[in-house]
Ligand binder design. Sequence first.
Ligand code: PLP
Length: 451
Amino acid sequence: MSMLTLTATDRLYAEYVNRQWVRLLDVLQMNVPYIRCEGAELFRADGQRVLDFLSGYCVHNTGHNHPRIVSALRDELDRSGPVMLQSNVPDLAGELAYRLCESAGGRLQKAHFTSSGSEGVEAAIKFARAHTGRAGLIFTDRAFHGLTCGALSLMGSEFWREGFGPLLPDAKRIPFGDLKSLAAALSTKKYAAFIVETIQGEGGIRIPSSGYLQQAQALCRRYGSLFVLDEVQTGFYRTGCFLAAQHFGLDPDMVVLAKALSGGLVPVGAVLLTDDIYNSVYSSLKRAIVHTSTYSENNLAMRAGLATLDVLESEGLGARAISVGQFLRERLQTALAGYAMVKEVRGLGLFCGVEFQAPRSLTLRASFEAFMRIHPGMFGQMLVMQLFREGILTQICGNDFLVLKVAPPLVLQEAQVDEFVGKLAKVVESIHTSSSFWSEALGLARRVVSV
Ligand SMILES: Cc1ncc(COP(=O)(O)O)c(C=O)c1O
């Protein structure tokens, strides 16, 4: 699309923020203006409605613009309270910390607030080093913990790192699910922590085998390393429990949270930690603010967190994630059964994925391989684009391009499940039967790569 036909908003964004993002959205035909977003629905300026099955990567657990969260934020602004004085005890941080620790349970008795998931991972790295006196960190293949330098050092895919090194030394990558490699690394006693997503998100919605994380936790304890869970995507009832860790009976040393705590409106994250770790970091009066950040405990963010917890709890969205998630997977399994390119439908609560695979038929295989040669992410991106044409917003996983992420707001209705499944089945059918899907997609793929 020529720059002349872009709207004024696009033009300014392209000129002053990120031109490549606008170009990519244009090529994928996903660059549309929205005028209103509510629950699981996004209303486009042209009158069309889009169902959100991405949730801003698990930000919108409570649905878009939940009226109770919006009203709590308005009240917070109206009260003209003390904000970011940096010289008082912030009004609401203690209450939010208490509620987070109560919901998480176990030995997590302190909360450190942040403004993003990456910032939480950075804090967890520093806290683990301070507590153990060790520098090394263990992470897993396909892991995604954020894009700041420390978090990027724990990235399980080269794509995101390229050009940004050198990153942290002593970061050891091991396969997700492999206890032998973990034990071998931990036994060197060089590592401050094993940092792992309870269920891998960008890695392809990978649910660990029963016992893996339990045994990983035991190994960490044995060798004096901290067991740190990244629940940036899986937290806040996404999988049914407050933390996905609660499905597995885990007792982590730290948990990193972010995304959905914001209510989709005000950036806020938290690292939950044990008293022992807190005492190692903030060990004296002199170190009272040894790790902090300007915005982290601001009232608007804390109010967003409190109102979000109120909505999640009072609307029973954890139970809803379990029941609607089960219904969704059953519907998907039935609708997609028999399609050679659908490998698996999996998930927990409303954290689901549909994994695709190379087709068996020779004709389809040739097109699929041509696609893969252009770019390994291109097949998934075409799927996303076709779904968007049908009025469904979704994405493929960032570190496994053959897995379509299915993570709608937890307020999703059963009728919206039916609509999604019907539309996905239609797109999957066209992939298997229509040559036009492949020819159009190949043309588009070439254009995307040349952008
Ligand atoms: C599991 C996980 N950890 C950390 C992050 C980083 O969070 P943020 O983008 O808020 O920095 C992400 C982002 O998607 C994530 O998925």
